[in-house]
Design a protein around this ligand. Structure first.
Ligand SMILES: C[S@@+](CC[C@H](N)C(=O)[O-])C[C@H]1O[C@@H](n2cnc3c(N)ncnc32)[C@H](O)[C@@H]1O
Length: 206
């Protein structure tokens, strides 16, 4: 595995690779295309990392990331917060990218291929924390995400953190969670090579 610094970036201590990095070019040539927008790193993952840096998890927390894509937030939790992380996505084509980035960050993430809207209360009960970023971008996704959150609350998941760049379907879910689960929606802005604006939905289920 090559490690050419001109083709990588580091934010929040997590290394990401630019499209021009030889390992990324090799992967793009050899893997199938992603769908459901799992084709790049999305800025809301940095909003999540910024929040977690200020509010670290308890050591050895069992973390589930929903719609992980390339999994930078999962990598942050495993690398810096000592978490046991499972990264789930409906599109298996994202996992080679996640694994490549995990390798470059000298960490290991468990991966799970599946639809988060199908997770049962019993499956959700295996985790202490659920994290996600930018997973609610079509109108028809709102109801299923709300129902997933309701099942996670029933399952006793202690904390649910979802970052988003203020997409309307997500804001509908956030509003319902504020009403029903005493959630908070906290605006945040993070700068990497670009400025990322959004909010993080925080549900504490102590
Ligand atoms: C906009 S991307 C965000 C990826 C990543 N969270 C990030 O912030 O870089 C949305 C991701 O959610 C995944 N996804 C969408 N709906 C899903 C579902 N119902 N179950 C599991 N994954 C889903 C997509 O495959 C994609 O990887």
């Amino acid at each position: 595995m090559s490690d050419l610094k001109p083709h990588s970036r580091e934010y929040f201590g997590v290394t990401s690779l630019l499209a021009a990095h030889p390992d990324m070019r090799r992967l793009k040539r050899s893997t199938s295309a992603t769908h459901l927008h799992g084709n790049k790193l999305w800025g809301s993952a940095y909003i999540l990392m910024d929040y977690l840096q200020e509010h670290p998890l308890e050591p050895s927390s069992r973390v589930l990331e929903l719609g992980c894509g390339w999994g930078l937030a999962s990598i942050y939790c495993a690398k810096y917060l000592g978490a046991d992380v499972t990264a789930l996505d409906a599109d298996p084509a994202v996992f080679p990218y996640l694994e490549l980035l995990a390798d470059h960050n000298q960490t290991t993430i468990n991966t799970l291929s599946g639809d988060f809207t199908a997770l049962s209360v019993a499956e959700l009960a295996e985790y202490d924390i659920i994290i996600a970023s930018d997973i609610c971008f079509w109108d028809e996704m709102s109801e299923a995400l709300y129902e997933l959150i309701a099942r996670a609350v029933d399952a006793g998941v202690k904390q649910i953190l979802i970052a988003d760049p203020h997409r309307p379907p997500f804001l509908n879910v956030a509003e319902a969670c504020i009403d029903d689960f005493f959630a908070e929606l906290l605006p945040r802005e993070v700068s990497t090579s670009r400025r990322h604006r959004g909010s993080i939905l925080v549900i504490e289920n102590a």
